[in-house]
Write a protein that binds this ligand. Structure first.
Ligand code: FAD
Ligand code: FES
Length: 356
């Protein structure tokens, strides 16, 4: 039968007809998803938040169990979802598309984590070279606009050619956004940040994304593990905690290659004076830098284990390069860290996926 309404109404109806029902058995909640959108995008659109980070099938943080129904799994790396896990019914919510009604089992975050994802323009107001390969970029929102996010979340910078690049917001909620951009050798966008971008240039971004933010468990010490610019979301979390006069114990471990890479060391030393509940361990990995360095050396994830061989009564928040996150995910459970006490943002590079 031909649709008698406007083409737009017909299209909306068609989409509505195509939408499948997704029931989460763990929480007895449900949402709808069309076959063309990922389950994660559909859930977020309807205010349901599951743990996720990269949205590109690389990090493995968005796993769920498929109990019934058919999905199209799409593309992902083997480290995010192994063939054995896939055979056992595990799916990645950031990749899977529904092909029928589904019943899944997934941990859902409380309603407070559901923040509207928006696209906003912004103006570059400052570019500060913090060290040889890190630029601190400050962005101002239009005067009549505000941007809500949880300290630790990230945004996607939307490039003119349709590609997007993810960066964690490094400050707690404010009228400005601070990003810490590490230059990737040969990198398309980060190269532009160092070579071409100027104060007053306009950009567009979309967000907030991700579920890397502090959980309200003040009784558990928080171990914060940053690799390089992985410090950015952790800085935002700490600023938030300091603003709220949190008395939680925070242990910050910051791994970099050389002394020169500790681009915010002075600021952190200032925090230590003002906040006795913060401990700080910088860790250098480059061998030739270690002469005369009185502090920790080696890999930052090993330095954590030297200080905390038993991780059963702590929470770990880790952000930075994918190999560091992988090392933490594989080594820490053997030291007693329960899976639900580990939160991470793996700084995967962009897969140029379509907009969520
Ligand atoms: C959730 C999330 C948060 C992030 N937050 C930050 C942040 O706060 N600060 C920050 O500096 N970066 C962050 N990143 C990483 C950042 O998004 C990438 O480094 C960036 O997209 C590179 O863009 P580009 O156009 O310069 O490089 P591209 O042109 O996309 O890359 C060129 C080549 O460089 C390599 N490459 C690119 N990026 C990386 C990488 N991260 N690791 C290893 N190899 C890479 C790849 O081989 C790629 O083909 C984050 C990533 C994610 C997923
Ligand atoms: S693999 Fe899905 S969010 Fe990273």
């Amino acid at each position: 039968m031909l649709c008698e309404n406007t083409p737009l109404t017909c299209y909306s109806r068609l989409i509505a007809i195509m939408a499948f029902s997704i029931i989460n058995q763990k929480t007895a909640t449900s949402f709808e998803a069309t076959p063309s959108e990922t389950l994660l995008a559909a859930a977020l659109r309807q205010g349901h938040v599951f743990a996720y980070s990269c949205r590109s099938g690389s990090c493995g943080s968005c796993t769920a169990r498929l109990l019934s129904g058919a999905i199209e799994p799409k593309e992902f790396s083997e480290s995010a979802l192994s063939p054995a896990a896939q055979a056992a019914g595990t799916i990645l919510l950031c990749q899977a598309r529904a092909q029928s009604n589904l019943v899944i089992e997934a941990q859902e975050l409380p309603a407070g984590a559901a923040i509207e994802i928006r696209t906003l323009p912004c103006r570059v107001i400052e570019l500060e070279k913090a060290c040889h390969d890190v630029m601190i970029m400050r962005l101002k929102l239009p005067q009549n606009q505000s941007f809500d996010y949880l300290a630790g979340q990230y945004v996607d910078i939307l490039l003119r050619d349709g590609r997007r690049r993810s960066f964690s917001v490094a400050n707690a909620v404010d009228a400005e956004l601070e990003l810490h951009v590490r230059r990737v050798p040969g990198g398309h966008f980060t190269g532009q940040v160092f070579e071409a971008l100027k104060p007053r240039d306009l950009l567009r971004f979309r967000g907030p994304y991700g579920t890397f933010f502090l959980r309200d468990k003040p009784q558990l010490p928080a171990i914060l593990v940053a690799g390089g610019t992985g410090l950015a979301p952790i800085k935002a979390m700490l600023e938030q905690a300091f603003t709220e006069s949190s008395r939680r114990a925070f242990h910050l471990f910051w791994g970099v290659r050389t002394r020169a890479d500790l681009y915010l060391d002075r600021e952190i030393q200032g925090w230590l004076e003002a906040h006795p509940n913060l401990n700080y361990t910088p860790v250098l990995s480059e061998q030739k830098e270690q002469n005369g360095w009185p502090g920790q050396t080696g890999w930052v994830h090993d330095a954590v284990l030297q200080a905390f061989p038993d991780l059963s009564r702590v929470e770990v928040y880790a952000s930075g390069p994918p190999p560091m996150i992988e090392a933490i995910r594989s080594a820490y459970p053997a030291h007693g860290l329960p899976k639900e006490q580990l939160y991470f943002d793996s700084f995967e590079f962009s897969q140029d996926y379509p907009e969520t």
